[in-house]
Ligand binder design. Structure first.
Ligand code: ADP
Length: 641
């Protein structure tokens, strides 16, 4: 009876542990697949993948309950990871470093060992239960198997453990979307309103009650008594201007004090530059340091722009008269001709560090390693670990003697992506340092990226979003709206945008004024205006079609660098412009789609701008209309027609 009972409990134990082991095996196997996919693995995994959620749900149900309270702590560790602290841990030696074999062979070896030994032990266990042999009596072969199991388990845990545990603790993609709305992950830790050293304000925040602290900050007079003492100290240099935010715990007040101190130090007035009406908290640690006010740039609306079947009212922040009116005219021509079509050709932000070796041979060896398709998946796993959205797409290298320039290209969701791609690059550099200890990282950016500088690499390879946008403008519209003819436009495009630019040795500048439209939209929507350099690369083509009656016009733009999250996009005015376009923030349906739509809007607007300016030049109207709009009589209403 007792034996029966012990047998049944043994069998129960056997099934339970076998179930757990299988679940563990599955998870490890899945991890390994992501690390080193083979042509076989997708099909092998397919049936498991379907059942996985329910199996895993069972095993992780309890974990979930425990997971929630540690979220804050977890975000902190993500921050550490982002800030590079996590990377330091990865510098530590891994078990995989012990064997002088390529990583995938070492992993293969330990995986095979783990699985086969596990299988052997399970068989033995079953045999013992069947023959009622005590489990603790082990043979030499079982002892050896246990040691091998332990060794391979330690190895696998060392290699996959951190990532695995992280992926369990990490929120599901669905909850990311909700979290992303709050943009918690990369939010800078704001010193404002927190305990700050030293307290120099007469209204010491520590003496305030909690309720008082929650009150909106009072509006300070420029020369109020409260601020006078601090202003004097800033003028005297005993309080650094840059520390005002952290010292005062109030960003608005810091701006007031700094501005007054600046005026006293320079003896120049900033009257005319507004100070009120801006959320200084929103720029802290993210957009601008040491603010003293803000610049007002008017925002005009061009449109509706009919693009891919949807209508957009395009916000343009500019002080160039004529620009919005001209783009608006182009939008009208496109609209009445049935709209424009825009296609995304490629999506990927780039960053290219420069590393140096003792010899060109060593640099070449790393180039071959990085460009070998066999190594791509491993490198992608390493690259992708610092972001949920950044996914490595390609690596292209260029050599100059002993210097190697490694151009990493990665999709970045709805972010423009420079921070994201830089973090991924840092991961790979840290990883490579183990196998290439003689590699000297000269700079995380080696200008082969190439960011904010005219460069052929962007023109040829693309950077950010590469798009092509086209429209057919019929003869009637060319005459009535654009006030010119198809033939004149085609001819002017040939001699100006193609031949003229070739004569000038242009680099990506085969257009009339793409950068005008790009810059105005970038400023309005919180993009980085300095990236106008490569984002304005554009070739405008015009061709007479339908027996010369209609005009086919297109703009091809290989490096539009835009995002709808991060940077200046979250500021109130800029977010309002993104909202107007229907692309504010992170896309909940499909990460990256908001940024991609924004890129198409930029290209569509450039198409409109090109059409209108080229028409004005062809019709000899350019100087006339500029005199009219820029030397204004203030009646702008007639200009749009
Ligand atoms: P960039 O990489 O363009 O400099 P930031 O690093 O400032 O941009 O902002 C990107 C941040 O926004 C990242 O922390 C990322 O996790 C977060 N984020 C939230 N939702 C998305 C999304 N849909 N696409 C890309 N990034 C997103």
């Amino acid at each position: 009876m007792n034996k029966e009972k012990s047998n049944s409990s043994n069998v129960y134990t056997w099934y339970t542990s076998r179930g757990c082991t299988l679940a563990l095996l599955f998870l490890l196997y899945k991890k390994a697949f992501y690390a080193f996919p083979s042509p076989l693995t997708p099909s092998l995994l397919e049936p498991f993948s379907a059942a996985a959620p329910s199996v895993l749900a069972f095993f992780t149900a309890k974990m979930d309950v425990r997971r929630r309270p540690v979220k804050r702590h977890l975000q902190r560790s993500l921050k550490q990871q982002d800030s590079g602290e996590f990377l330091k841990h990865n510098d530590q030696a891994k078990a995989s470093d012990v064997l002088p074999l390529p990583l995938y062979l070492t992993n293969g070896l330990f995986f095979t060992m783990f699985f086969s030994v596990m299988y052997f032990l399970l068989q033995r266990w079953r045999e013992k239960i069947r023959t009622s042999t005590p489990l603790h009596v082990v043979t030499f072969s079982e002892m050896a198997a246990l040691v091998s199991l332990l060794a391979s388990f330690i190895y696998l845990l060392g290699f996959f453990g951190f990532d695995f545990i992280k992926s369990i603790l990490r929120p599901s993609p669905a909850s990311w979307i909700i979290e992303d709305d709050n943009m918690e992950e990369d939010k800078p830790v704001k010193p404002c309103g927190q305990a700050l050293i030293p307290h120099i304000s007469p209204t010491n925040p520590t003496t305030e009650t909690e309720v008082e602290r929650k009150k909106p900050p009072p509006t300070f007079e420029y020369n109020s008594e409260e601020n006078e003492e601090i202003i004097k100290k800033v003028v005297a240099g005993s309080i650094p201007s840059y520390s005002l935010e952290s010292n005062l715990g109030d960003c608005k007040r810091a701006a007031v004090v700094r501005r007054e101190a600046l005026e006293r130090i320079t003896g120049k007035s900033l009257a005319g530059m507004p100070l009120e009406g801006f959320d200084y908290e929103s720029i802290l640690g993210q957009c601008c340091e040491m603010p003293v006010g803000y610049i007002q740039i008017p925002v005009g609306i061009a449109g509706p722009l009919l693009l891919n079947g949807a209508e957009f009212s395009v916000p343009m922040a500019t002080t160039e008269g004529c620009l919005v009116a001209s783009t608006n005219r182009g939008c009208k021509a496109i609209y009445v001709s049935g709209g424009a079509t825009c296609m995304l050709l490629r999506d990927g932000m780039t960053r290219a560090p420069v590393v140096r070796f003792g010899s060109a041979k060593r640099a070449a060896e790393l180039k071959l390693f990085l460009e070998d398709p066999e190594n791509f998946d491993t490198l992608a796993v390493v690259f992708n670990k610092s972001s949920r959205f950044g996914k490595l797409q390609s690596i292209k290298c260029a050599i100059a003697g002993k210097n190697l320039y490694i151009r990493f290209c990665c999709i970045t969701g709805d972010a423009m992506g420079m921070n994201m791609v830089s973090k991924g690059v840092q991961n790979v550099l840290d990883y490579l340092q183990t196998d290439y200890p003689d590699m000297d990282v000269m700079g995380i950016s080696g200008n082969y990226c190439s960011d904010k500088k005219p460069a052929a690499v962007n023109w040829i390879e693309g950077r950010g979003k590469s798009v092509v946008c086209e429209a057919v403008i019929n003869e009637e519209v060319v005459k009535k709206v654009l006030k010119t003819t198809v033939a004149s436009l085609v001819e002017l495009n040939m001699v100006k945008n193609l031949t003229g630019s070739a004569m000038a040795g242009a680099l990506g500048g085969f257009n009339a004024h793409a950068s005008n439209i790009v810059s105005a939209i970038y400023i309005a929507t919180g993009q980085d205006p300095a990236q106008n350099v490569e984002s304005s690369h554009c070739i405008t083509m015009m061709e007479a079609i339908n027996d010369g009656k209609d005009l086919h016009v297109s703009v091809t733009m290989p490096s539009i660098e835009v995002g709808t999250v991060g940077g200046g996009t979250q500021l109130a005015s800029q977010a309002a412009c993104l909202n107007l376009l229907g692309v504010k923030g992170a896309s909940k349906e499909e990460p990256g789609s908001n940024a991609r739509v924004l890129a198409t809007i930029v290209a569509g607007s450039v198409l409109a701008g090109e059409l209108s300016l080229m028409s004005a030049i062809a019709a000899g109207q350019l100087v006339k209309s500029h005199m009219k709009y820029n030397r204004s009589t203030r009646d702008m209403t007639k200009l749009a027609t």
